[in-house]
Design a protein around this ligand. Structure first.
Ligand code: ADP
Length: 691
């Protein structure tokens, strides 16, 4: 590059610098005007944050950045706006860390940032924490932790597909490896960052990355590539007029040309840096560029030029806070004087260098102490965070357990409810069934009651009609008796009168027939009367000696017995409680029938007695004609007769009366018989008391 070209470039730089300065001022003024006009605190917070960002990233003015960030922070705290508190703290950390290199204060702000409830903060902004953490760990030479923090930040941005963030994380990783002198790896990350910034169109960060790549190639000794990337950065810096970056790029390029032994180009670039330094009142830039120019001229053995530039650097050296740069300047000037044999002057610089070395040593010790302190606090803080995380996890577990318990409880309750419903339904069903059954029972009972009533009614009706019938029979037979008696009396009168007159055979026959029928009718009426009188008679029970009753029976039947040549035997009979007349009737009918219905030349009747558990059982055994089995039941019915009157006299009422007497004594009557072989009548009478 010829001098002509160099001047042209210099002119261009000057032009761009002035215009960029004007434009930068315009941007800042614009923001400040907006701030004055902003009548809403949210807008004011945003403007303060933007201004802080502007001062930090473009002008490296830490104090102004801090001012605006602080105002934004206080406002955000008042409004409990976590997202903006977060952004304001981000700017404060950048001011203290990036510009002021105050790791301790930056760490404190980072801790404040970590203590904010992140639930209302976007994931992208949350990832800022890991960026700052990485930088602080890097400053504490804890590179592993720094790498993990940046990698985690990168992971979040990857997941969120946030390209600007991804590029920044890659840049941070590049810077981390550069700091560790691992230039190969640094290049890899820087290149990724470059692609990222290119994609999102962030020119300012792209040119920084280009310059960083150039610088890294420089460290690797590849100055051609160093210059290639730095030149690209330079073009970009020109378009966006970033003065500070331009100065840095020029410094980088000057360094590259110096190492390529291309002093003229190097002088040109360092002069650029010097001018930017003077424009910006950036003393380190002035001091460094003057020193580098002094060094080149010293090497070119241009003593006068070298002396001028060294003098220039000395003019501002006291305003430079970086002691390393100061030391470098003093060392260069010492070498310069030493080379030209100015020992006494050289000695002055040697002394200064020694003093600076001491200061640097104690500063380094203090820094190390500070780092240790910060590391201790950070670790303590991390322990606290770990502890809090563990507690949070524990709480989550407890909550989870409680939730499970609640679910179980709800499940049990639901089961209980379901069970209750089933039980309730079953009970309701059962109750309904019971009610239905009860209804049915009631209905049936009512029906039964009705039928009982009906039965009762019919019984009383039957009883009444029986009574009426018996009463009718009684009245009829009673009333029939007296005219019949008259008929019989008149018949015998007629008979007697006829005896005195002429005997008339036929008339006598007629009269005998009439008289027989009248007697037969009388007997019938007598028996009916006896039967129907049965219930009407007083039934007085007394102790009855059946032996005596049987003797009376035999007396009553004496005539018949004699007539038929019959005999009656009897066992010893008991004394029982009962109606003596009826018992007499009972025995007389049975014994009488045994003699009457007997064709045996020697009729025999045996009266027996035995006892079973509950009753006296009597038997009347004859050796008579017997009764066919088909009539064993029928013969107890009224008027039931098995023979004609011509064969055997009778009315057919005797056995009916016997049954009525036994029934009345709660006993039973039955018979065993075979035709032609005799008959046995049995009757039982329940034992009463001691009988
Ligand atoms: P009656 O003797 O007045 O005819 P009963 O009521 O005493 O009426 O007898 C009814 C019928 O039973 C009799 O007509 C007779 O045919 C039959 N009978 C009763 N006792 C005997 C007996 N011991 N042996 C055979 N037949 C008998």
């Amino acid at each position: 590059m010829s001098m002509k070209h160099l001047y042209a470039v210099l002119f261009c730089w000057l032009f761009f610098t002035i215009t960029s300065l004007a434009q930068r001022n315009t941007e800042r003024l614009d923001l400040l005007t907006k701030l004055k006009l902003a009548n809403h605190d949210t807008a004011r917070m945003d403007l303060h944050i933007q201004l802080a960002d502007l001062y930090i990233t473009e002008e490296s003015n830490a104090e102004k950045g801090i001012n605006h960030a602080n105002i934004a922070l206080i406002l955000a705290q008042n409004y409990r706006d976590q997202e903006r508190q977060f952004l304001a703290l981000d700017k404060l950390i950048k001011s203290y860390f990036d510009i002021k290199s105050d790791v301790k204060t930056a760490t404190n702000f980072l801790n404040t940032m970590k203590s904010i409830d992140t639930s209302a903060i976007s994931i992208q902004n949350q990832a800022l924490i890991f960026g700052h953490e990485g930088k602080i760990f890097s400053a504490l030479n804890d590179f592993d932790k720094a790498e993990r923090a940046f990698a985690f930040q990168l992971k979040i941005y990857n997941r969120k597909n946030y390209d600007a963030g991804k590029a920044e994380a890659n840049f941070n990783l590049g810077a981390l490896f550069y700091h560790q002198d691992n230039f190969e790896r640094a290049l890899k990350y820087y290149e990724k960052a470059l692609t990222g910034y290119d994609a999102v169109g962030d020119a300012r960060r792209k040119l920084k990355t280009l310059n960083a790549i150039g610088q890294t190639y420089g460290k690797l000794g590849d100055f051609t590539k160093n210059l290639a990337f730095s030149s690209d950065a330079l073009v970009l810096a020109q378009t966006i007029e970033d003065k500070l970056e331009l100065a840095k790029i020029n410094l980088n390029m000057g360094f590259a040309y110096q190492h390529l032994d291309r002093s003229i180009e190097a002088i040109g670039y360092y002069n650029e840096v010097l001018e930017y330094g003077e424009i910006m009142n950036n003393y380190p830039l002035i001091a460094r560029s003057s020193m580098e120019l002094g060094n080149i001229y010293h090497e070119l053995c241009n003593e006068i030029q070298a002396a001028i530039y060294y003098e220039g650097s000395l003019e501002v050296v006291e305003k430079v806070r970086t002691k390393n740069l100061k030391k470098e300047i003093f060392e260069s000037i010492f070498e310069f004087h030493d080379d030209y044999g100015r020992d006494s002057v050289g000695y002055i610089y040697l002394k200064k260098i020694g003093k600076l070395k001491d200061e640097l040593y104690s500063e380094e010790r203090a820094r190390q102490l500070g780092i240790n302190q910060i590391r201790y606090e950070t670790e303590k803080r991390q322990e606290e965070v770990k502890f809090l995380r563990a507690r949070e996890l524990e709480n989550n577990l407890i909550i989870e357990n409680q939730r499970l318990q609640n679910y179980a409880l709800i499940g049990l309750m639901l089961l209980a409810i379901a069970f209750s419903i089933i039980l309730y339904n079953a009970l309701r069903q059962k109750r309904a069934n019971n009610e239905r059954l009860e209804e049915e029972v009631k209905k049936r009972t009512a029906e039964l009651e009705i039928s009982n009533d009906e039965l009762k009614y019919f019984n009383t009706e039957l009883e009444r009609s029986n009574n009426e019938l018996e009463r009718f029979a009684y009245i009829a037979s009673h009333d029939l008796k007296s005219p019949l008696r008259n008929v019989i009396s008149f018949l015998s009168l007629i008979k007697r009168k006829l005896k005195k007159k002429e005997p008339d055979q036929d008339l006598e026959e007629y009269l005998r027939f009439a008289s027989n029928n009248a007697h037969q009718m009388h007997n019938l009426i007598q028996d009916v009367l006896e039967f129907s009188r049965f219930d009407r008679k007083e039934t007085k029970n007394t102790e009855v000696d059946l032996n005596e009753s049987l003797i009376m029976v035999m007396q009553n039947l004496q005539e018949t017995m004699e007539k038929k040549n019959a005999v009656v035997f009897a066992q010893s009979l008991p004394i029982i409680e009962g109606n003596s007349v009826r018992i007499l009737q009972l025995f007389q009918n049975l014994v009488g029938n045994g003699i009457k219905y007997n064709a045996n030349p020697k009729p025999r009747v045996i009266v027996g007695h035995r006892m079973d558990k509950t009753s006296h059982v009597f038997s009347v055994i004859d050796n008579g004609i017997g009764i066919s089995e088909q009539y064993h039941q029928q013969i107890f019915e009224m008027f039931k007769r098995l023979h004609t009157r011509e064969e055997y006299q009778g009315t057919g009422i005797g056995l009916a009366l016997c049954k009525k007497i036994v029934d009345n004594m709660d006993g039973e009557i039955w018979l065993e018989s075979e035709e032609g072989k005799g008959t046995t009548f049995y009757f039982s009478i329940p034992k009463v008391g001691g009988n």
